[in-house]
Write a protein that binds this ligand. Structure first.
Ligand code: LMR
Length: 401
């Protein structure tokens, strides 16, 4: 008898699978616009200089490999809270006795989402979760597999434009108490972000309908700047008594494989925060026990040192500016093909991704005919573009349009 007889083979993850397919493609002209990682002008995903310096310090100063706590590195937690909520956030006033927000370190932003899903399922039973349509595909599976009912609100229309009215109308119908997942900035997969006016309107619905916001904050610093990108998060934290934030250090510290992230909980008062945190530590114990230490130690070493922190911010600024240049450069490169207007939204979108508007068939042809790899939905990782080859890419797009 085979115990595994009934185990069927499932297809691999479409985003991670693109990485494998790209590596296996022998074409020297291949271009990887698939998975969301930043690439420099040489096509490498570099280790940031500030990270390397922090790692060198850690190598000589680290004294133990003993377990961290269920909430992870406390110094990382405090510094990340300030990065996300702002140095002067009233939620952090009064230190331990009065603080209304706390960090639970997780393996990446994905880990934070998974912990959130378990928390909602176990501690707030019966709540549904509402995701933008479209959203990062893993949002769909994480919450569904944790046992939550997953629903959608419109986000981008058939015309590949932000549909704020559709979004707001749908949120008006969400049952009171349900959870709404919002992308703080650099919406994945579309790159279309809400304006400040839009955020105020979303806040109004969330408050009136007593919804619980979960803000996914995976790209702080990749949109308009570290502080600017945190604007909506801080607005919600200031205006609402309760809020969940999933934060990732994968992109802005370039720590992808170190799996560094956190779930930040904002509660009505310190006592309730401790109740929620006790549940999170207990849930995390069943998921990964205690989180991996290295990435968080690197982030803490950087954020805790003004010189390293400034160096890191300068590097992050350069990455963001490069992506913005690539957005404008691609639209310009499409001009000679009469496609600049059709793809003008690429320069308006923010963050790593662009929902190009290319169909799955066009994406397939780009891959087969020109070795250009992007997600079937038409999502392109702009941060993977090569400044020298924008004309080549534009020509390849023109051939399938
Ligand atoms: C992406 O969407 O490409 C990134 O968030 C990486 C991932 O894990 O999918």
């Amino acid at each position: 008898m085979s115990h595994f007889q009934s185990v069927a083979r499932v297809p691999g993850d479409p985003i991670l699978g693109l990485m494998e397919a790209f590596r296996a493609d022998p074409s020297p002209a291949k271009l990887d616009l698939g998975v969301g990682v930043y690439k420099d002008a040489q096509g490498r995903t570099p280790i940031m200089a500030a990270v390397k310096l922090a790692e060198q310090r850690l190598l000589s100063s680290e004294t133990t490999k003993g377990y961290t706590s269920g909430h992870g590195d406390a110094e990382f937690g405090e510094l990340l809270l300030r990065l996300v909520l702002g140095q002067d956030s009233p939620l952090l006033a009064g230190q331990r006795g009065g603080q209304r927000a706390g960090t639970t370190q997780t393996p990446g932003g994905t880990g934070a989402l998974r912990l959130t899903a378990d928390f909602l399922y176990h501690c707030l039973p019966g709540r549904g979760i509402w995701l933008s349509d479209p959203t990062w595909p893993i949002h769909e599976t994480i919450f569904a597999e944790a046992g939550l009912a997953v629903h959608h609100y419109p986000y981008v229309g058939a015309d590949n434009r932000l549909d704020v009215e559709g979004m707001l109308a749908a949120l008006e119908q969400v049952p009171s108490g349900d959870v709404v997942l919002l992308h703080a900035c650099c919406h994945n997969p579309t790159g279309f972000d809400l304006s400040r006016d839009d955020w105020y309107r979303v806040l109004d619905v969330v408050r009136r309908r007593e919804l619980l916001p979960l803000i996914d904050f995976a790209y702080q610093g990749f949109g308009d700047g570290l502080e600017e990108d945190a604007w909506a998060v801080r607005l919600f934290a200031a205006e609402l008594p309760e809020l969940l934030i999933t934060s990732s250090c994968s992109k802005n510290f370039g720590l992808y494989r170190e799996r560094t992230g956190a779930l930040i909980v904002c509660a009505a008062d310190h006592d309730k925060l401790l109740d929620v945190r006790s549940q999170l530590a207990s849930l995390a114990r069943n998921l990964w026990s205690t989180p991996p230490a290295h990435g968080a130690a690197v982030v803490a070493a950087i954020l805790g040192d003004p010189v390293l922190s400034l160096q890191w911010q300068t590097e992050l600024d350069a990455m963001r500016e490069r992506v913005l240049r690539l957005r404008h450069g691609l639209v310009e490169a499409l001009q000679p093909f009469g496609l600049a207007e059709r793809f003008a939204h690429i320069a308006v979108q923010r963050g790593m991704f662009s929902y190009t508007g290319l169909s799955p068939e066009q994406v397939r042809r780009l891959r087969e005919e020109s070795s250009v790899y992007m997600v079937g939905s038409g999502r392109a990782n702009v941060a993977g573009l090569d400044e020298q080859r924008l004309g080549e890419l534009a020509a390849a797009i023109a051939r399938v349009c």
